[in-house]
Design a protein around this ligand. Structure first.
Ligand code: SF4
Ligand code: SF4
Length: 395
């Protein structure tokens, strides 16, 4: 246990917090639970105290005591019950990079032995199977077989210009598999020379960072980079904003990378995906990692506006202020009830717009919102933007 998990900048940022509590007002976990201990400001005070408790200087100056087991366990609860949505960071007037801090804090909690048991499951699954669900990694591209016109090569070529990196959720979760199916069909329609990595695709590493297991991450990144290199590709595309975020921020920049929304917008601009009239009133949910994370707010909106017949209405909280769906930060694995409560607030906000469908650009958001809507028999269609474009495709 130690303060080495924090960057020097982060130790300074802890001292910069003014206790203004603006971060607590936008936190979806606080709103859904009514528990102020889940707020960034509470966590900030705790992490500052934890860091100081380890310093002999601060112990003398402020009589700080070393954290005992019970206190560490309690604090671990707030560290992992957070969706890592980054809304607190977005509004912090001091500009503290809170999301990075929460990742460092989780790593500290793991090193200190204060972490939920589920973290061990995430670690073991990834070490054993290279995907977060502990499925056979050889079956990563089996969803292709369920497509209407599945190609003989299963979309796995020896070499291609573009690699479509599917991510664990889309590869294995039946509810999310419609997304890679839709994107693959659109890429085919657009005449794109693309390939999947199949069993050579490993988890992007996001669950490892979210679980405070940064040490394991490099092996996953190195493997994926090599797998893309072997395909001779110059470009990698992602429908999953978390995979895209990982490649943008944590992988060395060896290839041109794009989120599916950016790539599809290019194809539409080149006239490679013809669209037909599709009457539907939709709203758009900005996934946290694509919106606040990658600052990509416009590409999905431009795609939606390109589809004839679609009526687009904004959510009351949109773009950088968009409310998290509850599916991020490994929260579903740690506290499924809290995740569902956050989804409830999201769905109520969507219903207030009168939209027939909510469109997003993330398989995890689709999964979280669809699960809630189905369980509660709510008449609302939840779809990924790839599914909307496929519906509008003029074949
Ligand atoms: S990242 Fe999101 S869920 Fe976590 S503390 Fe900040 S606002 Fe709350
Ligand atoms: S918004 Fe920033 S400065 Fe204000 S309490 Fe939260 S972390 Fe501290």
């Amino acid at each position: 246990m130690g303060n080495k998990d924090y960057h020097f900048r982060q130790l300074l940022e802890m001292e910069a917090c003014t206790n203004c509590q603006v971060c607590a007002e936008v936190c979806p976990a606080v709103a859904a639970s009514g528990d102020g201990e889940l707020s960034a400001v509470f966590r900030m005070k705790g992490v500052k105290d934890l860091v100081r408790s380890r310093s002999a200087f601060f112990q003398r100056l402020f009589r700080r005591e070393t954290w005992e087991e019970e206190r560490g366990k309690h604090f671990s609860g707030t560290s992992f019950r957070c969706t890592l949505c980054g809304n607190c960071q977005e509004v912090c007037p001091v500009g503290i990079r809170l999301k990075d801090l929460w990742l460092s804090l989780r790593q500290d909690m793991v090193h200190s032995g204060f972490y939920p048991k589920k973290i061990e499951m995430i670690r073991d699954n990834l070490a054993r199977s290279r995907n977060v669900f502990d499925e056979e990694n050889e079956e990563r591209a089996e969803w292709v077989e369920d497509m209407r016109d599945a190609p003989d090569d299963g979309f796995i070529k020896e070499r291609a210009e573009v690699v479509y990196f599917t991510g664990c959720v889309a590869a294995y979760f039946p509810l999310a598999q419609k997304i890679p199916m839709a994107l693959a069909e659109l890429l085919e329609a657009g005449g794109v020379d693309f390939t999947l990595l199949g069993e050579e695709e490993w988890c992007c590493g996001f669950p490892l960072l979210g679980a405070g297991l940064k040490e394991m991450f490099r092996e996953f990144a190195d493997h994926n980079l090599e797998a893309v290199r072997e395909k001779g590709a110059s470009r990698v595309i992602f429908a999953c904003p978390s995979c895209y975020q990982m490649w943008r921020e944590y992988y060395p920049a060896r290839f041109r990378i794009s989120h599916a929304t950016q790539y599809l917008l290019e194809l539409l601009g080149e006239g490679r995906i013809p669209l037909k009239e599709t009457p539907l009133k939709v709203t758009y949910h900005d996934p946290c990692d694509l919106g606040r994370g990658a600052r990509e707010f416009d590409a999905p909106r431009e795609i939606i506006r390109n589809i004839p017949g679609v009526t687009f209405v904004e959510l009351p909280r949109n773009r950088e202020n968009c409310r998290c769906c509850g599916g991020g930060g490994n929260l579903e694995m740690i506290d499924a009830k809290l995740s569902a409560e956050i989804a409830r607030a999201k769905i109520e906000e969507i219903q207030s717009t009168g939209a027939q469908a909510v469109v997003t650009s993330c398989q995890q958001c689709v999964r979280t919102m669809t699960t809630f809507v189905r369980r509660n028999k709510i008449p609302l269609e939840v779809m990924d933007i790839t599914q909307l474009v496929l519906r509008a495709l003029d074949r």
